[in-house]
Design a protein around this ligand. Structure first.
Ligand SMILES: Nc1ncnc2c1ncn2[C@@H]1O[C@H](COP(=O)(O)OP(=O)(O)OP(=O)(O)O)[C@@H](O)[C@H]1O
Ligand SMILES: [Mg+2]
Length: 369
């Protein structure tokens, strides 16, 4: 479901913003520092309960404001309103969905599946496995209803085992109980992740092929413990070493997606532009798979699309966005950098941000340029 209305108050430098985005492509252009990324940040906060620019939401509160109040409305009958509010004086992020207070960010995330592609996107390849696990779990979460319960059960069992490992003397009876529990949840979590990757791979390969030619690129799921051994055995035999380290060294908390070109880690071989395209293909593929499996589309936030991509690759990227028929918010400093990228039949809604004020420029027909 696309967002058909956004109202933001107290977000960074943005004046009170009232935006009526189109259900398709929304182009947001404006000078450096005008507030484009802040608009995407507002949508991200609505769907994820956190920013992609700062660990602390309070930094996104406008310098002259006491609170950040963001509302969005998902179109549909009836429409679904959602909102978040963060006051400077409080550390709590208040969240609302359908007029009711909600306690968990997962409830917002479920209603508003988002994908962000920004100039930091290459970090998905370069950064720690945690970011790739988060990517993977986003996919599983949105297509498997039991994922969240399984994940919570797993986290709880892991926390208990880790706490027991840190005791001076390990209580064998207790730790065995939690290890048993941990194994049950871990196996379920692993099965969900593995099944997801199996569905994801062909979609990813097809999406990537539409963006660039990279024969030899492979993506493999690594579950976090030795494939040839049962987790129960790994935990039992690793107990002393885990106790010395103070945490559980193997298990789903160490899962990863290994992305390689031939035999080398892709990040060591690919150019920055190629990395951005590989990550874009991963994120586009997740949206395509979400739609194929659930009939729901996700919303794409694309910050600074032209950065690092030549015209040919920008076009290939835009072809996918058009084919997917999902809602997209794209920013660019230069309006012209995004001209000539779209098929004549694609409707593109234009918005100009100038010193924190967003102005609706209506539909734009790039073909006349
Ligand atoms: N908490 C805040 N309160 C008020 N203004 C802020 C706050 N945080 C950042 N800013 C300012 O908000 C402005 C908008 O930043 P934003 O990153 O959204 O711009 P942008 O249009 O994406 O720029 P660029 O093209 O350089 O990426 C900047 O001038 C920044 O200094
Ligand atoms: Mg920006």
């Amino acid at each position: 479901m696309p967002l058909d209305r956004l109202t933001f108050l107290g977000l960074r430098n943005l004046d009170s913003l009232d935006m009526r985005p189109s259900a398709g492509i929304n182009l947001i252009f404006g000078a450096n520092g005008s507030g484009k990324t802040s608009v995407l940040e507002g949508v991200h906060l609505l769907g994820m309960g956190r920013s992609f620019r700062t660990q602390q939401v309070k930094h996104a509160i406008g310098h002259d404001s006491d609170a950040l109040v963001l509302h969005g409305r998902l179109s549909g009958s009836p429409p679904l309103p959602l909102g978040v509010r963060r006051q400077r004086a409080s550390s709590e992020l208040e969240m609302r969905l359908g007029g009711e207070r909600v306690a968990r960010v997962a409830q917002l995330a479920e209603a508003l599946p988002l994908q962000l592609i920004n100039p930091d996107a290459f970090r998905l390849l370069e950064g720690s496995p945690a970011s790739r696990r988060e990517f993977l779990d986003w996919g599983v979460f949105h297509v498997k209803h039991d994922f969240f319960a399984v994940w919570k059960g797993f986290r709880r069992a892991l926390k208990h085992r880790n706490a027991l490992l840190r005791h001076d003397r390990i209580d064998l009876q207790s730790i065995r109980v939690w290890e048993h529990e941990l194994v049950q949840w871990s196996e379920r979590l692993d099965a969900l992740r593995e099944a997801y990757v199996e569905r994801f791979l062909p979609v990813f390969e097809e999406t990537l092929a539409g963006l660039l030619s990279l024969p030899g690129l492979s993506l493999k799921y690594s579950r976090g413990w030795d494939r040839s051994r049962a987790l129960a055995e790994v935990l039992e035999q690793g107990r002393d070493s885990d106790s010395q380290m103070g945490f559980t060294q193997q298990g789903p908390q160490r899962a990863d997606l290994r992305i390689r070109l031939e035999r080398r880690p892709a990040v060591e071989v690919l150019s920055r532009g190629q990395q951005k395209l590989v990550v874009s293909a991963m994120k586009l593929a997740q949206g395509r798979l979400l739609e194929a499996l659930t009939g729901r589309t996700c919303i794409y936030l694309i910050d600074d699309l032209p950065a690092e991509l030549d015209i040919e690759h920008r076009q290939a990227f835009c072809r996918w966005l058009e084919r997917m028929q999902c809602q997209v918010f794209i920013t660019s400093v230069e309006r012209e950098a995004l001209a000539g990228l779209w098929q004549p039949e694609t409707a593109v809604a234009m918005f100009h941000v100038k010193q924190g004020r967003l102005m609706d420029h209506g539909q734009y027909d790039f073909t006349t340029e």
